[in-house]
Design a protein around this ligand. Structure first.
Ligand code: NCD
Length: 295
């Protein structure tokens, strides 16, 4: 049984297969390869893109999906998460897609070995399908020539599971990462090059990944005024000028704080392409876990 708790669960060959299969799903609609399969989603945190993207991916491959609303489920009546999970597994699904505020929850449930567990975002540590769709977006734009590309990750890096997952996956695939953030947003233990100003990296990057300040994870407000923060970290026309830099963001975007209105309309901005690609990447992931890796 294969899980996707972190991209480290995948071999390099499997990562390449996911990239190639995502590209082929994007070119033509596949047969309903997962017809008769059943997936549960169990999201303990809000989601717009990720949950619907998994659902669209599952449906396009012919699988059925049942959403459990944790706020209305028995975990609210005192049932442990493990018991809720085992009860869902008793209905014999082919996988459970989970989002949780704790970093360890998906790995803990995966270790119960009852059904494949797919992590749809956990704490500030891992969001493997977002990292894979980010990588696929870069792979497609640069025609598969990704080794040595220079990526700057900008914003609330320390609290972002997207940053953490992107860093692990991209480093493994040979991309060159720099971190750009004010001190309170910079991870403490990192060997990656760190910069306080975007201007210090702008002439030496191929891709910028902008991140939202994870306000819901801040124990107390870090900046009183995000307009002041935006003056240094917002991706604007004045900053990019005519440089051919790809601008990415996992969403939700805080307009004019993370990325300006003009850049969101600019052809260099990949935000909606990332959302579109997310469906194909999740189709490739579901196929790999539910079909190709079944024992
Ligand atoms: C992110 C998340 O929830 O981890 N969004 C996403 O899944 N596309 C990032 C965020 O909330 O800022």
């Amino acid at each position: 049984m294969q899980h996707l708790v972190d991209t480290d669960d995948l071999t390099k060959e499997q990562i390449v297969t996911i990239l190639k299969e995502s590209a082929s799903f994007k070119k033509r609609t596949p047969a309903p390869l997962l017809s008769g399969k059943l997936l549960f989603t169990l999201f303990f945190e809000n989601s717009t893109r990720t949950r619907s993207s998994f659902e669209v991916a599952a449906r396009r491959l012919g699988a059925d999906m049942v959403h459990l609303e944790p706020s209305r489920s028995s975990t609210k009546k005192g049932e442990t998460l493990e018991d809720t999970f085992s009860n869902l597994c008793a209905m014999e699904p082919d996988g459970i897609i989970i989002r949780h505020s704790e970093n360890d929850t998906p790995s803990h449930l995966a270790n119960m070995q009852e059904t494949p567990v797919i992590n749809a975002g956990a704490g500030n540590y891992a969001h493997p399908t977002q990292a894979l769709l980010d990588l696929f977006t870069i792979y497609e734009w640069f025609d598969g020539e990704i080794e040595g590309l220079k990526v700057a990750i900008v914003g609330d890096i320390i609290n972002s599971r997207v940053a953490s997952s992107d860093i692990r996956l991209f480093s493994r695939m040979g991309l060159d990462i720099s971190l750009v953030a004010p001190k309170p947003f910079m991870p403490i233990a990192t060997k990656l090059p760190q910069f306080e100003k975007i201007e210090d990296v702008i002439d030496n990057v191929d891709v910028i990944i902008s991140l939202r300040a994870q306000l819901e994870r801040h124990k107390k407000p870090i900046f009183e005024n995000y307009e002041e923060y935006a003056r240094h970290y917002c991706i604007t026309e004045e900053l990019l000028e005519d440089r051919g830099i790809l601008v990415m963001h996992p969403g939700p975007v805080m307009r004019n704080i993370d990325i300006s209105d003009e850049i969101l309309e600019d052809p260099r901005c990949m935000v909606l392409d990332q959302v579109k690609n997310g469906v194909y990447v999740r189709m490739a992931v579901l196929k790999m876990l539910l079909l190709d890796s079944r024992d």
